[in-house]
Design a protein. Structure first.
Length: 164
């Protein structure tokens, strides 16, 4: 059953990449079965689709948290792009490069990866390093702004975890 699920995913992916048609779906499905037959043990479909739902969390709430996370990212992406464009187009430089330490001691490795990737994808910020004790994420910020910057940088993962 798991092989069928993954083969179907590979068939759809292949068809979307090459051109969506019935022959391409069939070719993708056959290639999926051939490729996946070489993998000794496949995780279950539930483990693939919803691997990080906290225990006791209902699915609608989980998807709401994901939606808020994506919305927050799109808003930050838009604002930071305009901020950098303004800095490029005006004759004076407005950036103030700073290194900030964001507390991440309570995050799992998956949540830390999501936060670091999200910070790096936002223009004007870059995840630099995680401290040796894995308690702080070092972030390079071009426009630090006002207020608690570490809390602002951590806000997306708190949305992802449902702490908003």
């Amino acid at each position: 059953m798991v092989l069928i699920f993954y083969s179907f995913l590979m068939a759809v992916t292949y068809a979307l990449l090459v051109g969506f048609s019935i022959p391409n779906l069939i070719i993708g499905y056959v290639l999926g079965i051939i490729i996946l037959s070489w993998i000794p043990q496949l995780p279950s479909a539930r483990a693939f689709l919803l691997p990080h739902i906290p225990s006791g969390k209902k699915l609608p709430g989980f998807f709401l948290d994901i939606g808020l996370f994506v919305w927050d990212f799109l808003v930050d992406l838009t604002i930071s792009n305009f901020q950098i464009a303004w800095d490029v187009l005006t004759p004076t430089d407005h950036f103030q490069p700073t290194l900030i330490q964001v507390p991440v001691g309570d995050l799992t490795k998956f949540e830390l990866m999501i936060l670091a990737s999200r910070i790096t994808l936002t223009p004007g910020t870059l995840s630099v390093d995680v401290t040796a004790d894995q308690q702080q994420l070092v972030v390079h910020v071009m426009y630090p702004g006002k207020g608690d910057i570490a809390k602002q940088l951590r806000k997306p993962i708190d949305l992802f975890k449902g702490k908003y």
